[in-house]
Design a protein around this ligand. Structure first.
Ligand SMILES: [Zn+2]
Length: 410
């Protein structure tokens, strides 16, 4: 079952001169298609010294958006120009500030209706309930162009029962999960609000979304193609949110651990430059978790006490994938804990600002702390209870390469 949302809007726009940017337009819109819009602006408004060469009147009729989740969505509109038929049109949209997508419109020669459809594929699928801010961009045969006022929609999934919880910090939608999960996430985000603000210098320039699945069918559906079964979440600044699936997991950890962690990744994208897949970026996101699966600092202190704390600030440092992935996250977390214990959230903000200016990680750390990178490594180690001196990097021994059992090309 699909719900079509219709916005009836009539826009009268008068452009002075061909292609002149000074478009005067008035938009009236309401729930009722019978509402009569009253233009209140005339082309005489504003003081223009440019000679009026032509006056084009643009009229925007019924505009619709239809979600075909998970297959995509369709926009329609009717826009006419007093100067002649339309030559071309397209719809331009974004889910979060930054990335824009567009699709050309087909124009029905009889009705003048413009239709633009985005068909999702496995490569560019987006989860349900992402926001869609869009406008129409049209050009008539005389070369006049017009952009409609922005519209806002959501990529609705009406095939399942969703619970929506929205606060000033986040929009949460859940399916097949207990009713209070949305409230828990809202609570976690509220608790973290000032920490985010101080650490990053401001809040995100948009309201992030947490799209949380409790069923495998729901989770599989949005990705269209079968993904890696071990992947249970994805976060994207392209659509400004995180999508997670929890089958029988720890809801406390989802709301107070995973979501604040993933939202921190959105802050990283919005405010700075960090190397993906590093202890530095994952430790930073972990630093924003309110709920820890176990005591991360204590586990790194144990590692330090056993004499196995690896080198942090040389080369790539501890890895965050494979068998020791979790260890890399924990060690990274202790770096950010050490930094903010000593230099405050202000030190965090200074560091991300230096990184954003293009400075290298170690240079930025030296500038914020006023220490050499060796002194930072040493102080962080001693704080964790390790020896002051990091172990020397051992040259990688030559490995015997065994022939693979799968013939090449098979
Ligand atoms: Zn992460």
């Amino acid at each position: 079952m699909q719900k079509i949302s219709r916005i009836f809007a009539v826009v009268l726009a008068f452009s002075l001169g061909i292609g002149l940017l000074g478009l005067f337009n008035v938009q009236a819109q309401g729930d009722s298609p019978t509402q009569t819009p009253v233009p209140t602006t005339s082309p005489d408004d504003g003081d223009t010294t440019q000679e009026v060469q032509s006056e084009v009147e643009w009229t925007v009729g019924e505009t619709t958006f239809e979600s075909h989740y998970p297959a995509g969505f369709t926009f329609t509109t009717t826009i006419t120009s007093s100067a002649g038929p339309l030559a071309r049109g397209r719809v331009v949209w974004s889910h979060a500030p930054g990335t824009q997508r567009s699709r050309p419109a087909e124009i029905d020669p009889d009705t003048g209706v413009l239709t633009a459809t985005w068909e999702a594929t496995g490569a560019d699928a987006v989860p349900p309930w992402v926001g869609i801010t869009y406008y129409w961009d049209v050009t008539d045969e005389a070369g006049n162009f017009f952009n409609s006022e922005p519209g806002y929609e959501e990529y609705e999934d009406n095939s399942r029962e969703w619970i929506r919880t929205e606060s000033e910090d986040i929009i949460v939608v859940t399916e097949s999960l207990p009713e209070d999960v949305g409230e828990m996430v809202v609570d976690a985000m509220e608790e973290n609000r000032e920490k985010y603000r101080e650490a990053w210098g401001d809040l995100l320039p948009y309201k992030p979304r947490a799209i949380l699945f409790g069923s495998r069918e729901g989770w599989n559906e949005w990705q269209i193609t079968a993904g890696n079964p071990n992947v249970v979440g994805q976060t994207s600044d392209d659509w400004g949110g995180t999508v997670q699936v929890v089958y029988s997991g720890d809801l406390e950890d989802l709301a107070y651990g995973t979501v604040p962690h993933e939202v921190a990744h959105l802050y990283q994208s919005a405010f700075t430059i960090m190397t993906p897949g590093s202890w530095f970026i994952e430790g930073n996101a972990t630093f924003f978790e309110i709920h820890q699966q176990y005591n991360y600092e204590a586990s790194v202190r144990e590692l330090a006490a056993s004499g196995n704390l690896p080198v942090l600030l040389q080369d790539t440092g501890p890895g965050v994938s494979g068998r020791n992935a979790r260890r890399g996250y924990d060690i990274g977390y202790t770096f950010w804990k050490w930094l903010t214990d000593n230099y405050g959230l202000e030190g965090h903000r200074e560091l991300i600002e230096l990184l954003d200016s293009g400075m290298s990680r170690n240079q930025a750390i030296e500038q914020v702390t006023g220490l050499t990178i060796d002194e930072v490594e040493s102080q962080w180690r001693v704080w964790l209870g390790a020896s002051a001196v990091a172990p020397t990097l051992i040259p990688t021994p030559t490995l015997f390469i065994f022939p693979t059992v799968t013939p090449f090309g098979q």
